[in-house]
Design a protein around this ligand. Sequence first.
Ligand code: PEP
Ligand code: MG
Length: 893
Amino acid sequence: MSASQSATRYLYDLADGDASMKPLLGGKGANVAEMMRLGVPVPDGFTVTTAACVEAMRRDSQWPEGLWEETLAALERLEDRTGRQLGSPERPLLVSVRSGAVVSMPGMMDTILNLGISDATVEALGAESDNPRFAWDSYRRFIQMYGEVVEGVPAHAYEDLITAMKRTRGVEEDTELDVPALQELVDQFKAVSREHMGEELPEAPRDQLRRAIDAVFRSWQNPRAAIYRKANGIPDDLGTAVNVMQMVFGNRGDTSATGVCFTRNPATGAKELYGEFLLNAQGEDVVAGIRTPRPLAEMKDLLPEAYEQLLDTMRRLEEHYGDMQDIEFTVDEGSLYLLQTRNGKRTAPAAFKVARDLVEEGVITREQALRRVEPAQLDQLLHPAIDPEHDQKPITKGLNASPGAAVGEIVFDSDTAERRGKAGDAVVLVRWETTPDDIGGTLVAQGVLTAHGGMTSHAAVVARGMGKPCVAGASELKIDAAARQLTIGDTVLTEGDVITLDGSTGEVYAGALELVPPQINEDFASVVGWADETRRMQVRANADTGEDAAKAREFGAQGIGLCRTEHMFMAEDRLPAVRRMILAKDEEERAAALETILPMQQQDFEAIFEAMSGLPVTIRLLDPPLHEFLPDLVEQALLVQRLEQQAGEASDSEELAEARLLLSQVKKLTEMNPMLGTRGVRLALLYPEIPQMQVRAIARAAFAVRQRGGEPLVEIMVPLVAYAEELRRMREIIEETLDEEFESSGERFDYTVGTMIELPRAAVVADQIAEHADFFSFGTNDLTQTGIGISRDDAEGSFLSAYVDSEVVAANPFSSIDVDGVGGLVRLGVEGGRRAKADLKLGVCGEHGGDPASIGLFESLGLDYVSCSPYRVPIARFSAARAVLDAREDDEE
Ligand code: PEP
Ligand code: MG
């Protein structure tokens, strides 16, 4: 290897770079180089690489060998190209020295502008622009910036002098200071710099340049940059590039200007002129808002050539990057320069419109369009949102359990919510945590706020299923339901006070904030439709009613992946029969109670089969522990006590007897760890009459729907299986029951039997379980609970949120799957299952089925489908497509 090949190159002229060199040139350097490559007018210059900065850090601020020589040579080339020289009293070259990290860190590092201005050059600059004031103002700005950034002179040292000068001259604004005043300030600035530095300000511009580059290197390590990196997960060892570019001036008189523009309207996405500019001004004047900028259209008359060139450049840049651009430009004596272009930030509706329009204009492909919107933006359009223009501060923050915004009066119990909601009042149900009993209130409330419970808590699951905003586990909330009052720090709110919830962020506001309605439009439908062309996985919905199923189908669900049958048991008209079943003294009594429930269940299933006709419906047999259908132990004990006191002598009243019976049953069924107790398949094997009744209801519903011309596709799912033997026995019960139904009706239908994989043991022995299963559906809620060993009801309200805040864990594992741990269990389950049965159908129905990041994992594991609440179906469709694109990109790398 020759010496020249082995030496690291620490510097590139802009003309030698391009967009692909971002790691070396930083975002800004690579971007400007790319523009130059495209022939877009940009100020000329060169970039000192991130590698040079890293090397300097490694060597304790000593520059790597050869860097200074390379810099001097690059400067000479720049001087040749521009026909100007740094420090020359004729046609002086002025440069900017700017940081430019690989990942944008706006405002975190340092910049020095106007380098090259000095006693020797200031007059020439003034004469050239015919504007001595501009020259002297630039000079004083330079001394100030150089002093602060490079030499560490405190900002107030200069600011105090400006204030004093304005006072003696009797003016208000900096811009009113005239040439003599500015000249005097320059002298004062030099003196104050000398005082602080203990030496003269270096006059030689090459010296200044070296020190300025060095200061930008150092600014990578300043405290605010370090904090920003930590907050944004940017590695500390990347270093920054340093861009040295010729200064261009928008403040050289009336043929100069500076401005910003977007290639489309970032609020609406419309293809129209959007931007503003100021004549005779510098960039900071636009930002500072001292003068009101003019709409871009006015530039047409004032600077016609630059205007036409700008429009043409906007078109080219948008086409090149295939996305809406956010552009900063300067016109220096009639010549246009682009200082920056980047993909423009935009609202959610604009994101969809831009993506769709760019496809229709032939600028990008449909697959590229899928990269122009983010899943969170889908969420925003699917639900009402708080108008982003507000300036309110939230009173507290909980978990963003179900997206969308809600405004309503506080109510503290479900019955009141139900009564007032039905009367047409907008109410928000505020509870310590919700129980199945709260379903009535939830249904009519605008939203739900709980102090306790997590992302997979009942409140969250139910609210998501209904598409209702929910903030859960807002642990600062102190609720006194009896006093109808809630307290958050010093804020006290009582029933009837209005609050606003943002279920997308978890924020809670006092009072009513302005909302914007959901905006599902053709742009949205087109983009999500394109996702369907790309994705591999199917998307199903978790839905328990015909109504939800119909909604899910509307959103594009390709079946039901989880129908939780317990929600049907909770309905008010069912609960008495369900309780009779649980309290039955013998099998006969239980059978009688089940007889009452059966037709109701059949009705539920009919509605779902009908809504999903022709698409698969996975019905899960009863899962929760029975005590969930009974009153709370403490409340029931208190009721018995109260009735005993009331009854006095007549302690054998019927009501009391019933209450006592219920209490003893609640006691019997109450478990210390109900989530690990008698639930799921365990319950079904203890009381086979229950699954038998459910299976009969399924069969009869299927026949009834078929008779009406529908096409029910039946899949029966067994929850909480840990042992293959459990599933073998359950399958037997299901098959025998169905055979009986087939026999008595004289007809039959095809069906499959599968299981949830939601316990670690099941994942480990998935090959054994697969022998008895036609499909697996990963219950990642319980698999997270049992796999990590954290309670899905409690953890998020206690240590887990602290873990998330202090980054012990990267994300809440109940929202976004723990890839290494729980994801590893899913992987085991997939491998075991497919080993035993190559065509085993695999899906996921935990809440992670609607989470974009988790969907990426499921795609990589080759699952056949994800299932999520109806309102998340479009996001899942979209995310499944993105997962395919991401995987393809990884392959290509
Ligand atoms: C699960 O555990 O992931 C699941 C889908 O079931 P549930 O949330 O009803 O326990
Ligand atoms: Mg479960």
